[in-house]
Write a protein that binds this ligand. Structure first.
Ligand SMILES: [Fe+2]
Length: 162
């Protein structure tokens, strides 16, 4: 299933390889964190699907609103992700969980799903590496928003942030 969802994400992004690569990088780090934190198989699947689809509304937001701001993406994400997920599973609990994470992937308060936490950390790691933040802002983000040991270890291993 995850391979088909990756292909769906690639098709939707078309020639925008930068965003395809962004999603694949977030997917890789998210899997690493969830696996090293010994998440269950169902949690790891929710993490994988959420990572691949977390930014799926970007192109839609750009064409409809002329902007791909985080809040717009959160608002539009489920409308695009849900039909994709429904092609491959009828597990409504999984679909709603993934859609909820996509709809809150720029929301750092009240994270009550361990899979949501992993997406936040993986997206921060990739966004910093892609130049989206200055180092002090990223250091603050790691201190404030990184909860998992595996996520903190990645921030330390790649960027020397403790
Ligand atoms: Fe992202």
């Amino acid at each position: 299933m995850i391979d088909d969802i990756i292909y769906e994400m690639i098709q939707l992004n078309g020639k925008d390889t930068r965003r395809i690569n962004h999603a694949l990088k977030v997917y890789g780090f998210a899997r690493c964190i969830a696996g090293r934190e010994l998440y269950s198989a169902s949690d790891r699947l929710a993490v994988s699907l959420s990572a691949v689809l977390h930014d799926i509304a970007i192109h839609h937001c750009e064409s409809v609103y002329g902007s791909c701001g985080g809040k717009l993406q959160e608002k539009e994400g489920e409308g695009i992700a849900r039909p994709i997920l429904e092609k491959y599973t009828n597990d409504e609990a999984l679909i709603s969980r993934v859609c909820h994470i996509i709809a809150h992937h720029h929301t750092y308060a009240k994270i009550d799903d361990i899979c949501h936490q992993v997406i936040i950390e993986a997206d921060f790691l990739v966004n910093f590496d892609e130049g989206e933040f200055e180092r002090p802002a990223f250091e603050t983000a790691v201190r404030r928003h990184f909860i998992t040991t595996a996520g903190k270890e990645l921030a330390k291993a790649m960027f020397g942030i403790c």
